[in-house]
Design a protein around this ligand. Sequence first.
Ligand code: BDR
Ligand code: CA
Length: 305
Amino acid sequence: MKKVIIDTDPGIDDAIALCYALSHPKLEVLALTSIFGNVSTELATQNALRICELCNTSVPVAQGADSPLHIKRNPAPDFVHGVNGFGNIELPVPTTRRDKSSAAELIIDLVREQPGEITLIPVGPLTNLAKALEQAPDIADKVAEVIVMGGVFYASGNVTPFAEANIWNDPHAAQKVLTASWPVVVHGLDITHQIVFDRPYLGRLAAASPRIGGFLHNAAEFYINFYKEQRNIDGCCPHDLLAVAYAANPQWYKTETGRFDVITDGEQIGRTTTTKVCESNKQIALDVDRTALIDEYFDILGTRP
Ligand code: BDR
Ligand code: CA
């Protein structure tokens, strides 16, 4: 099993990805760490705990930074994920408590305890990873891989014409994380817009898995309404799932090597760029076997309660 830590701002597509990660036979989720983005950091922590309880599992959940490194925090996009982050579908108040460590501390401790073993999967703004790197530069050589959901290279952004939300929410952190010496694979909108979970698919998932699939189906309704307006599609893009599924099934993906940069101010703030180079431990995921991913998601979640 691949050992992973998921840094997340749940969020509807985060919930879709977390339910898969917590159920996947090839993934061992060592911890979740929370970050602002779709909701405040405090609510992200509570939502991560809610998802663990929904999936009948208990992993440490550590709370992350409550603001970006250098810019003012952007307002949470409640028109995308609802005020509660789950399309205004309520899950019970969690009974489990968060871990006492901060997100950065927990990441540092686990990575130092198991050097070379742990893959980090940030699917929100990259502040926690940047702080972990600042506090413990040695972890750059001890992390197996960093699989990011964020950025866009060959298409338009989703918050400005140039920028994708996770990078735009903390461009300085993204700059640090995407240019550090550790291996990075970035799943930007170039690939995440290729996968759509439509209403019939989510309906079948709800029928097969009334509790977990049913929750995802109901929460996604709000998200689908946003996508209808934004992209004129009758379904939603499960962005964060692309990064998590890569951890379990890298063979499904086509990637390109490059060198990254992030624009940290001005009109293009949050824009991610790449320069093509052959020898690099930085990759962009550009294509995926859609059928394999959509089918596997159903196979895994459809057998849950
Ligand atoms: C990313 O931003 C968030 O709204 C989603 O959860 C995803 O991580 C997509 O741009
Ligand atoms: Ca997210």
